[in-house]
Design a protein around this ligand. Structure first.
Ligand code: SF4
Length: 312
């Protein structure tokens, strides 16, 4: 395979990235062919999956691996197959069902999005990017992902997996910047197939390549369809030289304490006394800080002195 070269007629909104060196048709057919042969069968990727099913999966997958999302997504869709079904229940039920997926504010945001869809959009997930972006909890990534995967539209979908593949294969660095840059977005725009159906498959195919092959810590370059044209490989796999990358520590953090406190509240369908919350963590200062944070985030409601419940 030749080095990755971007050779389409330049689009006014998409300057050519300097490092890309693979002809686009070859790049597209290579990645799309790999995806066809290797894609995981996931329920939110089936033709039967509703836009709501896709949206729920995108909320859950933002910071949680597929393996942990699968059972939670199944249970969620079983209980709330439509936005209206979720909107009819209290936000605390969404927090309860979120279980141990982590970052539970996503549950509140998904509930708020379901309410907005029900009250302002006739119960149907909007199909245009701008309206999706106006929903609570829906940022640039989620709006582009839902528009692409549920409605087969042409959008740049930049998650951590896609950004890592482009950083290595196109730019020649091991990891992308901490936050998405304008240059990355230009590169991704230039690489996006023109045809909307192909673009939608391209978006999920690059994402899958990052999730299964070009992984964060152990890229399997020997089995990668892009190995011969990969800029990072061609450069001799130079080590990352950017600022220290954020770790994923959990033990002993406020996140862990919040998880323990929420677990007590999720298991209880009424109110919970302070003494039961006090039992989950020995450090009173950290425990109080975590509980205050949960209340401030709207994940826990104080209903009286030392009495709490999930939000109603
Ligand atoms: S060759 Fe290796 S680094 Fe390059 S895109 Fe493939 S897996 Fe990633």
């Amino acid at each position: 395979m030749a080095a990755i070269t971007v050779t389409p007629a330049p689009r006014p909104d998409a300057p050519r990235p300097d490092a890309a060196r693979l002809p686009l048709p070859v790049l597209h057919s290579t990645v799309l062919g790999w995806y066809e042969a290797n894609a995981r069968e996931l329920p939110w990727r089936t033709p039967e999956a509703s836009p709501w099913a896709v949206m729920v999966s995108e909320f859950m997958l933002q910071q949680t691996p597929v393996k942990r999302v699968l059972p939670a997504w199944d249970a969620w869709m079983e209980r709330w197959p439509t936005p209206a079904a979720l909107a009819a229940e209290a936000p605390g039920e969404a927090v309860r069902m979120w279980g141990r997926l982590g970052y539970p504010r996503r549950a509140l945001r998904l509930h708020a999005a379901a309410v907005a869809i029900t009250e302002e959009h006739g119960g149907e997930v909007p199909d245009d990017h701008a309206t999706l972006l106006s929903l609570p909890g829906v940022g640039e990534y989620t709006a582009a992902a839902v528009a692409s995967f549920a409605f087969r539209q042409r959008h740049v979908v930049l998650d951590t997996n896609v950004r890592r593949v482009f950083a290595r294969a196109v730019t020649g660095v091991e990891y992308p910047a901490q936050a998405t840059t304008a240059a990355e977005r230009r590169t991704a725009t230039t690489l996006l197939p023109d045809d909307r159906e192909t673009a939608a498959t391209w978006a999920v195919a690059v994402m899958e390549l990052g999730a299964l092959v070009c992984t964060a810590r152990g890229p399997e370059c020997g089995g990668c369809p892009l190995v011969a044209g990969c800029a990072w490989q061609r450069a001799g796999c130079p080590p990352y030289e950017g600022p220290a990358r954020r770790g994923q520590s959990y033990e002993g953090t406020d996140r862990q304490v919040r998880g323990k406190l929420l677990a007590v509240l999720r298991a209880e369908h009424g109110t919970v006394e302070q003494a039961r919350l006090d039992a989950v963590w020995p450090d009173a200062v950290q425990r109080a800080r975590a509980l205050d944070g949960l209340v401030a985030d709207g994940l826990v409601e104080p209903v009286g002195p030392g009495v709490y419940r999930l939000p109603q």
